[in-house]
Design a protein around this ligand. Sequence first.
Ligand SMILES: NC(=O)c1ccc[n+]([C@@H]2O[C@H](COP(=O)([O-])OP(=O)(O)OC[C@H]3O[C@@H](n4cnc5c(N)ncnc54)[C@H](O)[C@@H]3O)[C@@H](O)[C@H]2O)c1
Length: 366
Amino acid sequence: MTTRIGIVGAGAISGAYLSTLPGLANLELKAVADLDPDRVAKVTESRPEVAGLTPDELYAADDVDIVLNLTIPAAHASVAHAAIAGGKHVYGEKPLAATTAEAGAVLSAAADAGLRVGCAPDTVLGTGTQTARSLLDAGEVGAPVAATAFMVTPGHERWHPDPEFYYRPGGGPLLDMGPYYLTSLVTLLGPVRQVVGLTSQPTKTRTIGSGPRAGTEFPVEVPTHVTGVLEHANGVLSTLVMSFDVWAAELPRIEVYGRDGSISVPDPNGFDGPVRIYRGSAGEWADVPARAGFTGASRGFGLADMADAIETGRPHRASGELAYHVLEVMERLLEAGRTRTALEVESTCERPAAVPGGSRPDGTAG
Ligand SMILES: NC(=O)c1ccc[n+]([C@@H]2O[C@H](COP(=O)([O-])OP(=O)(O)OC[C@H]3O[C@@H](n4cnc5c(N)ncnc54)[C@H](O)[C@@H]3O)[C@@H](O)[C@H]2O)c1
């Protein structure tokens, strides 16, 4: 059976989903909606079989099972509530909502209605993070003891013509890129129970580097360098640096250290990438061919996994609970930086089921 999808939000990231969806045999795109009718028209011009609707028409549509929420973070919760009120499951782009208070209300409303909530990133279901996870789970580096996660850049104002939102509340390097890194760390090592952190804001203003407003200065309202240590429930310590203040670095993206060796994990903002292992017994790094994770994955595979999970009555992997936990870890880390304290993380989540190698979420051959 195919699950019928309705997209709300036809902006920049919708292109990635529009190109993935036709290749997923268990999904059928039925409708698209946006506050901006021109954006809807752009989609339906090239895809006449897809209905162009207003958001309210889409929430009420009889032929949509899951609303794919691709709106901006500030609208994620209100769109999710409208979808749930219309009797639809909802799968959205990251973050689950702008705050944990909003995100918690979405999860409660869905649970009351017997509906599912799913959330990006699904990058961690690809061969990169999943191959690293399979090495860890097989005990190939022994019991894990620590991990590192680094994301550093000089800032998006060099290339983005309207970069102010990255430097306002809700922006900053952690909330922008943290969902990828933290979802990967939780996939690898399980949930987080405590955080310590410090943050800084080395500059009070930034300057737009491209587009018609190049040269314009704007204020920085949030920390742009975030460091912290996450203590996972299993005692493993992950050290995190997320920064918009670093010109260049030779840091890895993610590494996991075990009693018997180390694993180099590729960029969690992608689905694949090189995985390497250092076995203490061998004394050198070795490449590891992809051995787990969805084959040929791209944005939308988490949605297909959720559709299959609803169909077969199992938990879906890119779950609302996981996204809520990741959002709470980010909130607590920023609060720990502000208050200079160690803070407990109240929520937890199950590690999602591992993804077997050579598989696809729509049941077709990998
Ligand atoms: N752009 C990227 O490269 C990228 C990458 C990964 C994830 N994301 C995530 O995807 C989401 C969307 O980002 P984007 O870059 O596509 O944004 P965008 O601003 O390009 O598009 C968002 C669209 O949502 C519409 N919209 C906003 N509120 C709405 C509402 N209440 N009802 C209906 N439509 C509404 C807007 O009109 C707009 O067309 C964000 O959560 C972002 O974090 C974006």
